[in-house]
Design a protein around this ligand. Sequence first.
Ligand SMILES: NC(=O)c1ccc[n+]([C@@H]2O[C@H](COP(=O)([O-])OP(=O)(O)OC[C@H]3O[C@@H](n4cnc5c(N)ncnc54)[C@H](OP(=O)(O)O)[C@@H]3O)[C@@H](O)[C@H]2O)c1
Length: 231
Amino acid sequence: MNVLVTGSNRGLGLELVKQYAEDGWQVFATCRHPAEAGRLRELADTHGSVSIHRLDVTSTEDMRNIAWELAGAPLDLLFNNAGIYLEQHYALPQLGTIRYDDWLRTFAVNTQGAVRVTEALLENLRAAAQPLVAVMTSHMGSIGDIDMPGSLYYRSSKAALNATMQGLAAELEPAGIGVLLLHPGGVTTRMGPREGLTPVDSVRGLRQQVAAFDLAHTGRFVRFDGTEMPW
Ligand SMILES: NC(=O)c1ccc[n+]([C@@H]2O[C@H](COP(=O)([O-])OP(=O)(O)OC[C@H]3O[C@@H](n4cnc5c(N)ncnc54)[C@H](OP(=O)(O)O)[C@@H]3O)[C@@H](O)[C@H]2O)c1
């Protein structure tokens, strides 16, 4: 079995690479700057089944290159994990302080990025026996749960990601390609909360959800522990 992970140089992506490699999978570990991805390179040094590939999910050129590098290889699992949360870096955007360029950038990475990579690797997915597109979204994309101000860019990008992936689930089902939307919990990565789940525990749960996936339920949105998420 093989898996491609985006944003795999740190956080949840790095832990996905580690656990899948330890489980004997072939892992295409992608990130924006392979030369600077020290922890990922250490993993690749100790696990021969891990190869590192450059992939900025906003780059058309990188899409062409990754499709070329993987040409002819069936892809069992595409893990769209890369994401940004720019609101973390300054006060909550409120009316009067919205940075529209940051909003568009968030949309380009969090929403369009996952679609671009899925589109670029469609032939690889088609060539696998039971292919799955897993998408790291967030409870912050659940519109019904919004009861506080702020995080406009992140929330809207994840809500749009959820809506887009529901559409792709319907489009890809006839080809036997599944789509699973996942909320990893509040995890102690650079993006996540200071206190919370460890990446190890979150990824263990996420992998269980992936293993239990059934095409009859394509487009489901679940937490790492299998709890159904509200839209
Ligand atoms: N941690 C949480 O509590 C939590 C909760 C809900 C959802 N999530 C989601 O989980 C996913 C992983 O987040 P994390 O917690 O592991 O955060 P993280 O440690 O900040 O990692 C984010 C990853 O995304 C990569 N990335 C950013 N822009 C990219 C681009 N244009 N192309 C390719 N890669 C890019 C980063 O690479 P660079 O190092 O190059 O920037 C990094 O590898 C995200 O989609 C996030 O929204 C996390």
